[in-house]
Ligand binder design. Structure first.
Ligand SMILES: [Zn+2]
Ligand SMILES: [Zn+2]
Length: 242
């Protein structure tokens, strides 16, 4: 596939080129929420039995993290119960239900794209002080297929923007989530939100930031066409035309 840029130069010429820009990294391996250790390749850590979202290398780390994790865990559990109720009500009323679980599944499937887009939209290549890393969240707008609302492969990536953390935090996320985000940022994570236009399938993830120094040292240049590359890759456009 060839897309012509303003200058007449091709932006993307082949699938290989795109994979060079956004390498496929496979499924995510969540680090221990306490010590940040990563599991061995192909393995996953035990998950919190309550929220099923935080992972731990062992009981010791889980126990040590509980006091800090508790507010977020309770909030997540309440949120999941809320989703289940909303789904039941929607189905009863004969309405389409866009589940946040589906956008969560989309994230897990597309972490390579999320990583690339978040890095660019938060301008991490500018370095720790000049980037939007501490003040903004990467906001992913997804389009669900209304005929297949639970089909993660029917979701398409519509847009990615940088959203101010204080506004989103106050209006949508709540204090416990903002505290979790700020802590994650300190540990080098990039906050991102996956949602749809109607804001009824929202999910938040903390994504491990790539190596900043590669960019700040000038070894690697940011991808000027990151948005079009991400949309192409998320839409599987190249798979269809190449
Ligand atoms: Zn641990
Ligand atoms: Zn939990």
């Amino acid at each position: 596939m060839v897309i012509m840029g303003n200058t007449g130069a091709p932006i993307v010429t082949s699938k290989e080129e795109l994979l060079q820009v956004i390498p496929r990294r496979g499924p995510i391996h969540r680090p221990c929420a306490k010590c940040q250790k990563s599991p061995e390749k192909g393995k996953t850590f035990m998950e919190c039995a309550q929220c099923k979202q935080s992972h731990y290398c062992g009981r010791e780390c889980q126990k040590a993290h509980w006091k800090e994790h508790k507010p977020l865990c309770l909030q997540r559990k309440a949120q999941q119960e809320g989703w289940a109720r909303a789904e039941e009500a929607a189905l009863k009323a004969g309405k389409i239900f866009y589940s946040p679980k589906t956008s969560q599944a989309w994230y897990r499937k597309n972490t390579d794209i999320v990583s690339h887009a978040t890095f660019h939209v938060l301008e991490l290549y500018k370095g720790p002080s000049a980037s939007l890393h501490r003040t903004h969240i990467a906001w992913f707008e997804l389009s669900f297929d209304k005929d297949k609302p639970k089909d993660v492969d029917a979701i398409s990536l519509h847009d990615v923007k940088a959203a101010p953390l204080d506004i989103i935090g106050e209006r949508i996320l709540g204090a416990a989530t903002v505290a979790h985000i700020k802590h994650g940022i300190e540990l080098g994570m990039m906050p991102c939100i996956m949602t749809n236009k109607e804001l009824n399938a929202m999910t938040m993830e903390m994504h491990q930031a790539p190596e900043w120094r590669l960019y700040t040292s000038g070894l690697k240049k940011p991808d000027e066409n990151w948005k079009i590359h991400c949309i192409l890759m998320a839409g599987g456009a190249l798979d269809k035309v190449v």
